[in-house]
Design a protein around this ligand. Sequence first.
Ligand code: ASP
Length: 408
Amino acid sequence: MNKYFRDHYLIMGIILGVILGGMVGSFLPELGIKLSFLGTLFLNALKMIVLPLIVVSITLSIMKVGNLGSLGIKTLIYYLITTGIAVFIGILVVNVIHPGDGGMVLTGEMPDIVSSKEGMSLVDVLLLKFVSPNLFNSAEEFEILPLIVASILFGAAFASLGKQSQVIVDVFTILDKAIMKIVHWIMIFTPIGIFSLIAERIGIAGGGSAVMELAMELGKYVLSVVAGLFIHGFIVLPIILLLFARRNPLEYVQNLGKALLTAFSTASSSATLPLTMEGVIDEAKVTPKVGRFVLPLGATINMDGTALYEAVAVIFIAQSYGIELGMAEMVVVFFTATLAAIGAAGIPEAGLVTMVLVLQAVGLPLEGVGLILAIDWLLDRFRTTINVWGDCIGAAVIDRIESGNNGT
Ligand code: ASP
């Protein structure tokens, strides 16, 4: 695809897609649902390419970086710190706004998605997810963490073979180029895909006024999540980008507009990964071997938005039940929300499921999830956008620390 077209017309097309999708979903919800096959096609195309993309980019990156220890540890520390900051903001905001004070109707119903996870432990959420006995099953289930671990191991093993593995480096370099070509082809359809995904989702919710009503019903809770995400995404992360990556946030966000809007419409960091990599590496000029490692890992474990949301949601549920959480419990929420976000997969509404861990840790009823279930699909879009934005900023910061590159 011509680069000029990609940079200038595609983003306008996507913005138009968002607006038209919003209008069709709001005013012609049935048409929005009928046209949903376009969005499904787009999403399937992204998912089709994402697994080969992850395997090839991580293996290639590890082969080229050589010193995985340094890059890996810096990346993990960065991700932990920023996720921690996000949870902290969430805890502050929900304690200031106190959204659970308004006499909520407590349904007492436990959604299936949550009841099936009752008794889930940290070992299940984190440890057991790292290694899979069958990588093909994991690929089929779209479980990405074991694939990342296997790719890191293969990359390190190839690197240890020295010159013997040159042929693999060459093959993977060509595969990487071919995959990015396909990503560019898929990107041409982004405006149509996004149009359809948004029209369908608003259509399913019963049109624009129904969505507004729903948002108003849980107004203060929605406000708390969105305000927290806003502070983290628009203030904290840009300051980190400016100070530690020495990049201009406005320029950086322009390079990533397509990825961020795709994150919003798919509610999946993993499905958005092809566009995230294209924006960060091709357009914002982050060093490829850094971006190829930091971004797939980030799409899977770095979820600032999810972590913040989990803290807000759990404290909101406590407030709605009239349970006042003390300082010690807030600290427990802080740590478990961070871990639950790391354990959440980059797929729609994964954060809602791992929230069970946080609720259990502070002894809250799991039925509390019933309070926030109806609005979760909408908040998922906001938090996924911040998840992806956090990954992009992470790539720029690690790149500057690792190789001194700030894109100039
Ligand atoms: N949908 C989010 C993501 O893909 C995860 C979540 O449910 O919070 O990043």
